[in-house]
Design a protein around this ligand. Structure first.
Ligand code: SAM
Ligand code: SF4
Ligand code: SF4
Length: 333
């Protein structure tokens, strides 16, 4: 039986951040001014171990979780990540996914696939090299992310591509991205730039509404709406009318979807957050390291989820913009 929150939303998804570190400094996520020299990242001993993550994952599954997404920071920076994937797949009945910037996929794709991973989401915001280098802010070239995508596909992993669209930065890339992935078998998803964290200087004017993205693509590559794959699916799906596959839009700002939100998140140090915009996490690591048995762990999670009433995106306003909240690189998106 699934644990439900105060609005009757079941806990179905768990996103696990395995590191707060990253080899990129995307301007909308880890701006250099904040995450540059002197920023204090977590120590190794603060991170949940793979054993602890597996134990927690089992407790979430016992509460009704069906899908786990590994994220970060950049999750492939965590050494031997495939070992964790193998452990999570071995739980059984769990859909395991990974979100990555793709930089390490050429080295890692085969091992991930061998560990039982079926799919990856690769973030790529632009096909224009100059724009992409400026967005990741470490000068990383587009071609190497495309190599990562190819390596994943060759290893047998299904690939989705995530592109965050920021006004005046990469909105001129919307069509190029669609053209590139049209007919490729990879599903491209455009994400509205969100006001996560407190360091990216987010302004509503920087958001390109999903409706505008769809209209831009549709003008050249005609689209038709496709049905939801399942209740609570974050991306709205659009099919190319010519059979060239589909795209998705994640309209967290202009069309919030809190009503169906079934997602829980744990940070790399084991704090449980019931909303992407929460400011306070619940210390699961202390519970695990304090010697709780499986039933106690299950009940701890059930109690927190049972009290949940988050719906930040639906009540977003100038007032909520002032509230403190955790960074995307900490909680993993
Ligand atoms: N490093 C990995 C990556 O970039 O795919 C995984 C972690 S990253 C925080 C997860 C996702 O969040 C990425 O697709 C990224 O583009 C997205 N993201 C980060 N900051 C965002 C923001 N301010 N608004 C919308 N999406 C954001
Ligand atoms: Fe790193 Fe991903 Fe954040 Fe970019 S979006 S800085 S790749 S964690
Ligand atoms: Fe879920 Fe919070 Fe996002 Fe709403 S704002 S969809 S409750 S994570």
């Amino acid at each position: 039986m699934s644990t439900v929150d105060t609005f009757g939303r079941p806990i179905r998804d768990l996103r696990i951040s395995v590191t707060d570190r990253c080899n990129f400094r995307c301007v909308y996520c880890m701006p250099k001014e904040v995450f540059g020299r002197g920023y204090r990242f977590m120590d190794r001993k603060e991170l949940l171990t793979f054993e602890e993550i597996e134990r927690l994952a089992r407790a979430f599954v016992a509460n009704g979780v069906e899908k786990v997404r590994i994220t970060g920071g950049e999750p492939l920076l965590r050494r031997d990540l495939e070992v964790l994937i193998e452990r999570l797949v071995a739980i059984g009945g769990l859909d395991v996914a990974l979100t990555t910037n793709g930089t390490l996929l050429p080295q890692k794709a085969e091992a991930l696939r061998a560990a039982g991973l079926n799919r990856v989401t690769v973030s790529l915001d632009s096909l224009d090299d100059e724009t992409f280098r400026a967005m990741n802010d470490v000068g990383f070239p587009v071609a190497r992310v495309l190599e990562g995508i190819d390596a994943a596909a060759s290893a047998g992993l299904a690939v989705k591509v995530n592109a965050v669209v920021k006004r005046g930065v990469n909105d001129d890339q919307i069509l190029d991205l669609a053209r590139h992935f049209h007919g490729s078998g990879h599903i491209l998803r455009y994400i509205e730039y969100m006001d996560v964290g407190g360091t990216n200087g987010w302004r509503l004017d920087d958001v390109v509404p999903a409706a505008e993205v769809v209209a831009t693509v549709d003008a050249e590559l005609p689209l038709e709406p496709a049905d939801e794959n399942y209740r609570g699916e974050v991306a709205r799906r659009w099919r190319f009318r010519d059979g060239g596959g589909e795209i998705g839009v994640i309209a967290s700002v202009t069309q919030p979807f809190c009503g169906d939100c079934t997602r829980s998140r744990i940070s790399a140090e084991g704090r449980l957050y019931t909303c992407l915009f929460a400011s306070v996490g619940h210390d699961l690591r202390a519970v695990v390291r304090g010697g709780a048995d499986d039933a106690e762990l299950h009940d701890f999670i059930a109690r927190i989820w049972g009290r949940r009433s988050d719906r930040y995106s639906e009540i977003r306003s100038s007032r909520t913009a002032e509230l403190p909240r955790v960074e995307m690189s900490y909680i993993g998106g």
